[in-house]
Design a protein. Structure first.
Length: 176
């Protein structure tokens, strides 16, 4: 199959720029390939993430992972963690497990676009160009988005848009 197509822009470059803060990971280096254990080929393990420098008036966080390079008109959501308290400034490696047992009380995960509960690792079609996996942490002005596990990733992204006071991103790539 021929996957030749233009490379879409960074999804957040099309939105207003809020304040920014810092997102780091011992597992991901900006712009570098993701280790295979963060891919469907190697374990679907979510990376450790830590963030700092967000606005003092932050009331909660949302963490997501989005692939803008998926061969669909709308990209592909790999992960959404909602209702993280403002006191939480990191997630350990593997926090995106299906049972969510490493998430703080009150936080929950949505189903990925592939139907997996929790983190769905990088999995571009074999033979396609390297895909970008944009991990984002959104600092919000509300303690909860009042969504449930029944909501979709698009519902979450839409609601996040209206409550984001700051955003941090970290992008890795993956190729098969």
């Amino acid at each position: 199959m021929d996957f030749t197509r233009p490379l879409p822009p960074d999804p957040y470059s099309l939105l207003p720029v809020p304040a920014t803060f810092t997102l780091t990971s011992p597992d991901i280096t900006e712009g570098d390939p993701l280790p295979s254990d963060h891919a469907v080929d190697g374990g679907n393990t979510s990376p450790a993430l830590a963030w700092s420098g967000f606005p003092e008036h932050t009331r909660s966080f949302v963490v997501s992972c989005f692939d803008p390079d998926a061969p669909t008109p709308s990209g592909y959501w790999h992960w959404h963690v909602l209702d993280l308290p403002a006191t939480v400034t990191s997630l350990p490696r593997g926090a995106g497990s299906e049972d969510g047992s490493a998430l703080p009380d009150g936080a929950f995960q949505l189903t990925s676009d592939g139907g997996r509960v929790g983190f769905e690792g990088a999995g571009p079609p074999p033979g396609d160009h390297a895909h970008r996996y944009v991990f984002a942490v959104h600092a919000l002005d509300v303690p909860t988005l009042d969504l449930t596990t029944e909501n979709t990733n698009v519902h979450a992204a839409f609601n996040v848009y209206f409550h984001t006071v700051a955003r941090a991103t970290l992008t890795g790539t993956y190729h098969r």
